[in-house]
Design a protein around this ligand. Sequence first.
Ligand code: CA
Length: 376
Amino acid sequence: MIRRHFLGRLAQGALLAASGALAACKPQSPATQSGAAGPAPARRGEPVKWKMVTTWPKNFPGLGTGANYLAELITQLSGGRIEVKVYGAKELVPAFEVFDAVSRGTAQLGHGSAYYWKGKSEAAQFFSAVPFGLTADEMNAWLYHGGGMQLWEEVYAPFGLIPMASGNTGVQMAGWFNREINTLADLQGLKMRIPGLGGEVLARAGGVPVSLPGGELFTSLQSGAIDATEWVGPYNDLAFGLYKAAKYYYYPGWHEPGTTLECMVNKQAFEALPEDLRAIVKNASRVANQDLLAEYTARNNQALKTLVTEHQVELRPLPDQVLRHLKALSDEVVAEVAAKDEQSRRVYEAFRDFREQVSAWSDISERAYLNARAAG
Ligand code: CA
């Protein structure tokens, strides 16, 4: 069957032209013909209508708008053949139910970050952020050219999900504190919102990690239910008004050196798409992945300036001694996670080996250059 309705849309750029022309010459895939899975087009020419649920507040700068951007890209690049409606946290499902919602097909796409799903698989955390792990650039290198993506796909496969990287925050901030952190003793009993492996490291250091979705941070900090919180970085933290609820803003984000955001796709819905639309969904996510990092890099320092000059935020580095201790604990905690099950062990070993080899290059490229630039 020739898919003539594609032909009118071939003027929409080289990518679409190439993929659309390919599709026009091919018969429909068996999955599309059977219509057995997901919301495949009911009739030729009707758009596929997908829902995207997110762990972020609707339209939240960077995170929520990054999800919106991906949704728009998918619609634009597909020439309107896929329409995506985006839902903020709690609009369709609560933030921490995104994984299950996409897994069972309530929504076809879910935007979040993989460390929220450690209850599903400990190994998921490696695809989000690892304390003292990879930077954004190194993470993309591991995922796209170092075997990381295949491992991530293996981890999500039992849940009927296909993961895609769809944003990176770059190095985050250590967070907002209502007490000074001068020595290791100051971490004792510190009740802090910090997700994933970073939270486990804080627990090892004597603190009390708490997991809360972003929308609950401000009131928890202001009410004193928590002593500290990390969120992302100046661009996002300014938007939440966290400076109104805490005095000190510490750096660097040792626990999240380059956090990957994800877009998970319901596998059945994805496989019901023709080949060209599958390529568009995957490549739209790749574009969104790079674009969000650029946005963070462009906006963070502008927001930091506002925080310091207009809101009199006290910006402080974590003491070297505290960072060294956290690094030693991080290595222990991450290795222990790896010992929990066979899959986590394999992911950990791949991650560890990649970090080792890429660090050697980063040391004499990015780090040496940044040192040289700062020294000048
Ligand atoms: Ca964070």
